[in-house]
Design a protein around this ligand. Structure first.
Ligand code: FAD
Ligand code: NAD
Length: 477
């Protein structure tokens, strides 16, 4: 029997892959998507890291733990007393698992709706077959061969582990174990003060763990605008996260009941940290295991990513790669946009992505979000800019919500007033940043934002006031 032939085979169904598959199907192409993810129940699941062990479960736990902390210690200002608030970790985890299951099943529904075939198993390229590429998928029923006119590689990333520190996701956890702890550890260690370390460190701190974070770099959150990272360090430390910068990790010894970490602090003093659980969150690496790239002659770059151009084209005709497996920030929405772009390219359209307009969010409390350039980047680029800043403490809505920490900072070109960067630390930053992303994508000026009517009272007024502050005419300060 002849192999099944598809216009497009997508390998991987994370946000980059499943969105690419749906967009390609919308454009009339015959599409299959290979996915091998097996969830803890032993079921095959769509959705990749993001839905199964990333964005979605982490945000569910962040929300639960934020409510618990609020019930415990932040409601008295409203005149509300809740004595003896308790957390049922099993129930919290079950809620999270339910959301993951609902979302991943939702993609199965979307695949059926868009007539996308799910090839259930590990896929690898097997070479060229005339004008197409051969793809073999190891399914539970044995290997199947299909032909793909175009291939979209969306195989994502996996947690980077430290040499000599075995991750068992019980005592020593990467993101998978950190999201699945059955009880609150008394003492939690976190190696790496990046996004995962801060988000999941915050979850377990809010639930009662004493959290110590060891970060190798001397600076904190170096991708953020410096004034934001300074404020964040101050606020997170005040909340009770013990953040140690410039830490050099030595040996890590895992016992039956505790993990002991030898490390050297920024002053060169030897230290030992004893914890009940350890999270290792030191970044993620592209996932190209067993992908058969050699069969088509596709080489990786020196960091293990699949090399692509601005349009996610590899050096091979009709082979594209999107999401975490290629350069750029490891963000779900960046992968989604690349998936859409590539599907449209295959269908003959002319899409493009402005990578400068991709927003970043860290879902701590307060949230951190930004888009465009940081002040330190503008300085390094030698670009003349003006800055405006406005605090949430001067905003009636933030005060009413009793969440008035933080500020919005805007950076605009000194001559043209073009908006160059928007940086937020404060309540609702993940939603507020969308306005700034639209403005940057549309090449708006800070005056454009300042002249647009914003609802009152709302957190969005802080954005407008920061835009007014660029021209030194904030009205409420
Ligand atoms: P992935 O989501 O990693 O999906 C790749 C898929 O490919 C996997 O399902 C894998 O099983 C499959 N696959 C791999 N190889 C094969 C093969 N050979 N055959 C078949 N299938 C294969 N980003 C955000 O933007 N916002 C957040 O809030 C956020 N939170 C996060 C929290 C955590 C704890 C983590 C770990 C990540 C978070 N991220 C977040 C990052 C986000 O999850 C990733 O950027 C995103 O999942 C990347 O999407 P992707 O489609 O490229 O890859
Ligand atoms: P990260 O790159 O955000 O942070 C890793 C941190 O570990 C860095 O600060 C790094 O300096 C530090 N580090 C590296 N080696 C170390 C060592 N030996 N000792 C001590 N510290 C060390 O990585 P992450 O937190 O693991 O997250 C992985 C990816 O997942 C990120 O790229 C991020 O984009 C994505 N993610 C995004 C979100 C979000 O968008 N809200 C949330 C979670 C994860």
């Amino acid at each position: 029997m002849a192999n099944q032939r598809y216009d497009v085979v997508v390998i991987g169904s994370g946000p980059a892959g499943y969105i690419a598959a749906i967009r390609a199907a919308q454009l009339g192409l015959k599409v299959a998507c290979a996915e091998k993810w097996t969830n803890p129940k032993g079921e095959l699941a769509l959705g990749g890291t993001c839905l199964n062990v990333g964005c979605i479960p982490s945000k569910a736990l962040l929300a639960s733990s934020e409510k618990f902390e609020e019930a415990q210690s932040h409601l008295d200002v409203h005149g509300i007393e809740i004595a003896g608030a308790k957390i049922d970790v099993q129930k919290m985890q079950a809620r999270k698992d339910g959301i993951v299951s609902k979302m991943t099943k939702g993609i199965e529904f979307l695949f059926r709706k868009n007539k996308i075939d799910w090839l259930k198993g590990h896929a690898r390229l097997t070479g060229t077959l005339g004008d197409a590429y051969g793809v073999e998928v190891d399914t539970a029923q044995g290997a199947i061969q299909v032909e793909a006119v175009s291939v979209i590689i969306a195989t994502g990333s996996k947690a980077r582990h430290l040499p000599g520190v075995a991750v068992d996701n019980q005592m020593v956890c990467d993101n998978e174990g950190a999201l699945a702890m059955p009880a609150v550890p008394k003492r939690l260690g976190v190696i790496g003060a990046g996004v995962i370390g801060l988000e999941l460190g915050s979850v377990w701190r809010r639930l009662g763990a004493s959290v110590t974070v060891l970060e190798a770099l001397p600076g904190f959150l170096s991708a953020c605008d410096e004034s934001i990272s300074k404020e964040a360090l101050k606020l997170f430390t005040k909340q009770g996260l013990s953040i140690n910068l410039g830490a050099k990790i030595g040996s890590v010894n895992v016992g039956k009941k505790a993990v002991s970490i030898d490390w050297t602090d920024a002053k060169g003093v030897a230290q030992t940290l004893e914890v009940d659980r350890l999270i290792v969150s030191v970044g993620r690496i592209p996932n190209t295991d067993g992908l058969g790239l050699e069969s088509v002659g596709l080489a990786l770059d020196e960091r293990g990513f699949i090399p692509v151009d601005d349009h996610c084209r590899t050096v091979l005709p009709r082979v594209y790669a999107v999401g975490d497996v290629v350069r750029g920030p490891m963000l779900a929405h960046k992968g989604e946009d690349e998936g859409v772009m590539v599907a449209e390219l295959i269908a003959g359209q002319k899409p493009h992505i402005d990578y400068n307009a991709i927003p970043w969010v860290i879902y701590t409390s307060p949230e951190i979000a930004w888009v465009g350039r940081t002040e330190q980047q503008l300085k390094a680029e030698g670009r003349a800019y003006k800055a405006g800043q406005f605090p949430f403490a001067a905003n009636g809505r933030a005060l009413g919500m009793a969440t008035a920490d933080g500020f919005v900072k805007m950076l605009a070109d000194a001559t043209t007033d073009e908006l160059l960067g928007v940086h937020i630390i404060g309540p609702g930053a993940s939603d507020l940043i969308a306005e700034a992303a639209v403005a940057i994508e549309f090449k708006a000026s800070s005056e454009d934002i300042a002249r647009v009517c914003h609802p009152h009272p709302s957190l969005s007024e802080v954005l407008r006031e920061a835009a007014l502050a660029v021209d030194k005419r904030a009205l409420n300060m």
